[in-house]
Design a protein around this ligand. Sequence first.
Ligand SMILES: Nc1ncnc2c1ncn2[C@@H]1O[C@H](COP(=O)(O)OP(=O)(O)OP(=O)(O)O)[C@@H](O)[C@H]1O
Length: 589
Amino acid sequence: MKTQSNLSRLMGYAGSYRYLTYSSWVLSALSALIALVPFWYLWKIIKEVLTALPDFSQATDLTHNGWMAVLYAILSMCIYIAGLMCSHLAAFRVASNLRTETMHHIVKLPLGFAESFGSGKLRKIVNESSGATETYLAHQLPDKAGAIATPLGLLVLLFAFDWRLGLLSLLPVLLGFLIMMSMTGSRMRKKMVEYQNALGDMSNEAVEYVRGIPVVKTFGQTVFSFKRFKDSIDRYSVWVTAYTKSCRLPMLFYTTSINSVFAFLIAAGLLFTRNGVTEEFLLNLLFYIIITPVISVTLTKIMFQSENALIVDDALRRIDSVLDLQPLSRTNHSKHPASNSVELQDVTYSYDGTKNALEHISLKIEAGQTVAFVGPSGGGKTTLANVISRFFDPQNGRVLIGGVDVKDIDKKELMNTVSFVFQNSRLIKASILENVKMSRPEATREEVMTALRNAQCMDIIEKLPNGVDTVIGTKGIYLSGGEQQRIAIARTLLKNSPIVLLDEATAFADPDNESRVQAAFSALAKGRTVIMIAHRLSTIADADRIFVVKDGHIVQSGSGEELARIDGLFRQMWNDYQTSIQWKVAKEV
Ligand SMILES: Nc1ncnc2c1ncn2[C@@H]1O[C@H](COP(=O)(O)OP(=O)(O)OP(=O)(O)O)[C@@H](O)[C@H]1O
């Protein structure tokens, strides 16, 4: 947990730009003070008119004073804009440094972190929480400096005019200060956190609603799904109302009624001190009445600033929830794997600390072997692949590559040694060439083309308008699941890592696509250690060894022929598979 104050933390991220932030506060305060000067000229104009009445020709300074008021107003505005430019430059720097630090930290976390944390939540933290600090530094803090300077300047001005008015104007400032102190305490903080949580829930539900539209429509559950979204909006509305009632309304009531209350106090005071009232005092009172609305405005501003400070507090708390997560341990004595074998020694892994997804697993895969993990859904096949590629570190046991614990292999070397071809190999919105080059940016165009050819992708390239330079995901150019997986295989071929983990796709739209994907898999397997997560038994024919995974245990292992001969889960699965094929053939005939 961070112990620094929010502001000093933010200034840490600003680096040398912090001086721009400080300048913006000074400029904003200066602008607020200069903004009071036109009021003084206004008062001079009124005073001159009142004194000259009924002969206006006596009022000779009206134009001069009018121009001076306009000039000071323009000067104040220019200084304010200069302050905003400084604060924006610093705020952009802070927000981008904060985003960069968060992203750097996320990269160091276990690879499976983003999936388990929730990508929507992560996006909110990286974008919106950092954005909140940007608005705070760019606008809110300079405004606060101005809002504090204004009442102080006013006090000095009013004391210079008449000490009685000076004292009188202290009262609303003090009262406002006390009310704000009482509101920014733990009650408002608690309400702010609840309000922000409700806001987060509402945006999550919106994302889930939009994401789930195809499924929802398929099953005709539109009303039910919409109700969940609607409920989150209702919960948010309840919090907004409660928050506004408890914190904002009393303050708004106070600031809007302040002038009338204090004008009334002055009038009452005058009645009691009639003797002390001079013509000059009355004119000064006029100035007081002209200028005191500024106090209301600045108090309202300060109130919203304290609220904004709570928003930043909450944003930094959310960022810390990511920064406080432990990255994967790094080794100081990096070792090189002696071969491309993979071994698990007594590995146990649990996602939630209660139920084990893998339990005491030990297995060995020789270098160059092709093995398949098969078994019922939820048995632990994907989790096994995840611990091998260090998506997560197991709580117990060791994973060895070439006889070396994966924790002792430099992360970059590990990433170059092991590749993972996911079932949903999402391609990014870029050209095919760029998508393939992601695995090895320095590769030449020829190398990319060879990888695409070996991954059976030439039929895809030929039908695209700009061949390998066609940007996919835009202008109606989309690839099927099988086509995307072939491009992903080309990407892995280009990377040329000696160990490949393959999450085999569950379904292909047509047999032609399926046979091409199988051919691409075969090209990938050549000369490599291949670990395949096989969802269908049709794809395990080439496997040297099969591991049957059920309930987090390896319940059987051996070659396909060996396993088919003995009574057990594999033979049962094999028989079911054969029956399904016979049904399929019978139906086609
Ligand atoms: N991110 C996760 N958080 C919590 N539990 C998980 C997570 N992913 C998987 N599990 C649980 O771990 C167990 C093993 O899941 P795993 O995905 O490894 O099985 P699988 O054999 O690959 O299944 P399938 O063939 O359906 O993909 C299951 O009980 C599953 O519910």
